[in-house]
Design a protein around this ligand. Structure first.
Ligand code: ADP
Ligand code: MG
Length: 378
């Protein structure tokens, strides 16, 4: 999960890293108001889930509140690499003497968190990385010892950084604590600014959280950018489903990502189009199937549902019970084609006997049937 710059900075600040004060504005007038309160030169910064905002015109200095209003007006609505800017960070401008780069990533090859450092930070770091990789030094951190202050001091020296090396080193240690503390997979400060007066501040921050560890951080999962995703995807993720909204009209529910993808392909092959991807996972009980149906049927595009279950650790009778509950509660108002095989298949068929559910012995037959029932090959 990607965080916005302002969210990442809030986290860094909690771990003791200095960041320029700033607030979020949704309108140009709000930006002006914040600039007035700061009473100083500010930067207006697009909050979108992509880097390279500076070069795309998404980061602008404003010397007066009126200028802040004007610049915010230009940035709000701006399309940066396909992301529309809906809010801006209005932050106090810092007097930049040097722009450095510091980043932590998980290196799967060495199985270590790797610290990357460069004295050539700022908006051109990608070019530096591509053209002069030697200008970026790398250090794999020992997971047992962590990043120790003396190592951090050696590293900032080795990177050729100037200024208050202790402060710089301390920020690296704090960045590592933050990275570990929130279970991040990436944490970058670019630029890490040394100001004209010798302070060190994080002027930009990028954090990617490890989705598999989000359950350990309920306060962070709330930061999920609800507006950036389809509302049904947000609802599905609250249920713990892997759900992706697609463009067709056949709702798909299956167990196991492989089977669900196969089901999408089958529907496509017989001329239909899937409305979604939904994997109920392994060992799903009736309530999970019921919730899956609720999510899929909330999509107004869905004209029918294809439930494809291979009973392994998932019991087919549990799936049937979930379907029955949805039916009894009046949620299941669209035709359903179903194929169940494997564990408790017979029990499932018995439970659904006499019910208006179309059962098929094979996936391909079920696919053809649901495509026919939802308007035929398109
Ligand atoms: P991006 O990396 O998406 O281009 P940044 O936040 O790094 O966005 O901003 C781009 C450049 O804008 C920075 O390298 C820096 O030179 C300048 N900048 C960003 N924040 C500030 C700030 N608070 N004060 C002064 N300059 C800033
Ligand atoms: Mg940056």
């Amino acid at each position: 999960m990607n965080l916005h710059e302002y969210q990442a900075k809030e986290i860094l600040a909690k771990y003791g890293i200095p960041v320029p004060p700033g607030r979020i504005a949704y309108t140009a007038d709000e930006a002006k108001q914040i600039a007035t309160e700061f009473g100083d030169t500010v930067v207006i910064k697009a909050q979108v889930h992509t880097g390279g905002r500076g070069k795309a015109g998404g980061v602008k200095l404003a010397k007066t509140p009126e200028e802040a209003r004007e610049k915010a007006g230009q940035i709000l609505g701006l399309n940066i690499k396909g992301f529309i800017t809906k809010k801006v960070l209005v932050a106090k401008a810092v007097d930049i003497a040097k722009e450095y780069y510091a980043g932590l990533i998980l290196d799967r090859v060495t199985q270590r968190v790797v610290l990357m450092l460069s004295k050539e930070g700022g908006v051109d770091i990608e070019e530096v990385a591509a053209e002069r990789p030697e200008a970026i030094i790398k250090h794999a951190i020992d997971p047992h010892k962590g990043l120790r202050p003396f190592e951090a001091r050696e590293l900032v020296k080795r990177a050729g950084m100037e200024g208050n090396l202790n402060k710089l080193a301390q920020i690296l240690v704090q960045l590592y604590h933050a990275y570990e503390g929130i279970d991040a997979s990436t944490a970058e400060i670019n630029p890490l600014v040394v100001t004209a007066s010798g302070d060190v501040v994080a002027a930009d921050a990028k954090i990617v959280l490890d989705d598999n560890a989000l359950y350990r951080h309920p306060e962070l999962s709330r930061l999920r950018e609800e507006e950036a995703e389809h509302p049904l995807e947000v609802e599905a993720s609250n249920y713990g489903f892997a759900y992706v909204k697609l463009e067709g009209n056949v709702g798909i529910i299956g167990n196991g990502a492989g089977l669900v993808m196969y089901t999408l392909d089958l529907v496509q092959r017989v001329g239909g189009k899937a409305a979604n991807f939904l994997d109920i996972g392994g060992g799903a009980k009736a309530d999970i199937v019921y919730n899956a149906l609720k999510v899929v049927l909330k999509d107004p595009d869905v004209k029918g549902v294809f439930i494809n279950i291979f009973g392994g650790i998932t019991r087919a009778d549990e799936v049937a019970k979930g379907v029955l509950r949805a039916m009894d509660e009046g949620i299941l108002t669209k035709p359903v084609a179903m194929r169940v095989a494997g564990t408790a298949e017979e029990e499932a068929k018995k439970l659904l006997e006499g019910r208006p559910i179309y059962m098929y012995p094979t996936s391909i037959e079920a696919a053809k049937a649901i495509v026919a029932m939802t308007g035929g090959a398109q």
